[in-house]
Design a protein around this ligand. Sequence first.
Ligand code: ADP
Ligand code: MG
Length: 474
Amino acid sequence: MIDTDCFIDGHVVKTADTFDVLDPSTGQVLAAVSRGGKAEIDLAVDAASRAARNWARLSARERAQHLRAVGDALSARSEELAMLESKDTGKPLAQARADASVAVQYFQFYANAVEQFFGDVIPSLPDVIAYTHQVPFGITGHIIPWNYPMQIACRTFVPALAVGNCAVVKPAEEAPLSVLAIARIAYEAGLPAGVLNVVPGLGIEAGAALSSHTGINHLSFTGSVPIGATIAAAAAANVIPVALELGGKSPNIVAADADLDLALPVIAKSIIQNAGQTCSAGSRLIVQDSVHDEVVDRLATIMGRLTIGAGPTDPDLGPLISEKQRGRVISMVRAAQETSDLRLGSADPLDREGFFFGPVLLDRVDPAAQIAQEEVFGPVVAVSGFSDIDQAAEIANGTDYGLIAAIWTSNVTTAHRLADDILAGQVYVNTYGAGGGVELPFGGFRKSGFGREKGFEALRAFCETKAVVIKVPR
Ligand code: ADP
Ligand code: MG
């Protein structure tokens, strides 16, 4: 059974209209999904408001027990969820399995974290006791993209629930199915009705209704820069906080003294994972001149050997999410190939059903070129050279983004200098990404957005801080 309808207040809610969700591996219709709009968002916000009265009053321990129960229920069905995610997004099954496992980790991590989440006692005047309470906002809204639906949904709503908020979630129209399944499984695992509500629908309908709703007290958005700006404007109109995660143009920087045997498979994975449709994809490769040719040759060999196929058959590389997305990738590669060396692949789509696009490696890319500046969201890596580490930092910082970066070197000074100089929310040395990394603060500098998700920081982000000051006269 595939869940295709809104899940509000513990109930399935159907709408008059539906929209088609496609299987990107075939281009065929996978499901017709309820097309939620303002009416369903209103219902969901009302349900969340009613549920919040009790949910916020539970002890942290009781909420943690609920989260653990949901995590266990998801874990028991992780194979089913992984297969659903693989069909819905086209991502290779092993990657969908990893996503299911990370989704479960959010429940486990925040169940444990919230039991250790305290306010402060603040030394103040001698006749005063001052302390802080962390108070949930109330109702949180979450707008989710299509690239990692279950991971990103859990990343944003689990810490919100942990501290006592109730949530309304709007998954992406391209891939809403796993988030709908999670809402139902969570309810069946005992999460009280109305604590977690999911309304699928189009961005301009359900998304806009959610982001402008006056009953929402905090918004989290992951997606594109222009829509992020729209969401921030909607939040500003209601004077509510917003967390924006808007992607990046993240570099792998390879110094001449790097261990290439260690680096190259990880660098390849950083751009190939989810067919490059990852906000933290390693879409730029910045290589020191003396090892440039060797790095490009070896990377071309690795990327040239990838298996390509439908997500559920677990290839290295699945399809892109949609024809529209593939069109964007094609036009960016076409433009780039005029001014750089196309070392692997082609700007043409693969000749098979579904939205497939093969791996592309572009060398000698001008760091100012569009392909080195803008997010492609495809399996496309742009390589530029550098001579010294100051230049590497300048190129790394030379885009509007600052989400993550990796430095490959065996020199401790190079590692620290670049880790210091690079403007990014996460910097890795001799690795890229940290598995799910649920405990690591994640978010961007500059146009990669603001606010931090994951880790303990997310618990604070979903609370108002109240300072209580009590005079104790002597
Ligand atoms: P992409 O271009 O990769 O699809 P978007 O930023 O358009 O990324 O979409 C991310 C999420 O934002 C999706 O859930 C989408 O439905 C939603 N969305 C798109 N437009 C709007 C909007 N005007 N208001 C609210 N949400 C929107
Ligand atoms: Mg869109």
